[in-house]
Design a protein around this ligand. Structure first.
Ligand SMILES: [Zn+2]
Length: 154
């Protein structure tokens, strides 16, 4: 038996919120950026001078290629940092604030977001469910509410 649309949407929303809270996306992005920067540094400041220092070898085009590889690696690192900052800033909470008190804990901590489950049919069209998920942001309060706006199309 497959999960209902409500369950699918709720699971995805909880996963999204968890990712925001842990900042895992940002950590991965930063790790990738550091790797790119290290590659760029190694190519530009270690490998290139080494090859240049070898006498009597016509390696002009190789050192030029290495220069470009280094520059591209640095550019990729900068882009990853900029992208990570824009999309995965830690502390940026899931969803948007929703007016009203939580029916379970009575705090003003409800948040809602439109969630869309990705599910492709044979023709590559997205047939997954879509809906509005409401989560309570208070610790230990597990209030959730799902309103399916588009059901899974079989
Ligand atoms: Zn609550």
């Amino acid at each position: 038996m497959s999960a209902s649309d409500e369950e699918l949407l709720l699971q995805l929303a909880l996963k999204q919120r968890q990712a925001r809270r842990s900042g895992r996306t940002l950590i991965i992005t930063v790790a990738a950026a550091v790797a790119c920067a290290v590659v760029g540094w190694a190519v530009l400041f270690q490998l290139r001078p080494l090859i240049k220092s070898i006498p009597l070898l016509p390696l002009g085009s190789v050192t030029t290629a290495l220069l470009w590889i280094g520059i591209v690696a640095f550019a990729a690192a900068a882009l990853l940092v900029a992208g990570g900052w824009a999309f995965a800033r830690p502390g940026k909470p899931w969803g948007k604030e929703m007016p009203g008190v939580c029916p379970r804990c009575e705090n003003l901590t409800l948040r809602e977001a439109l969630v869309e489950v990705e599910k492709r049919d044979g023709a590559g069209l997205n047939v997954g469910p879509k809906g509005i998920v409401i989560l309570c942001d208070t610790r230990r309060c597990e209030y959730t509410s799902v309103k399916v706006t588009t059901r899974t199309r079989a």
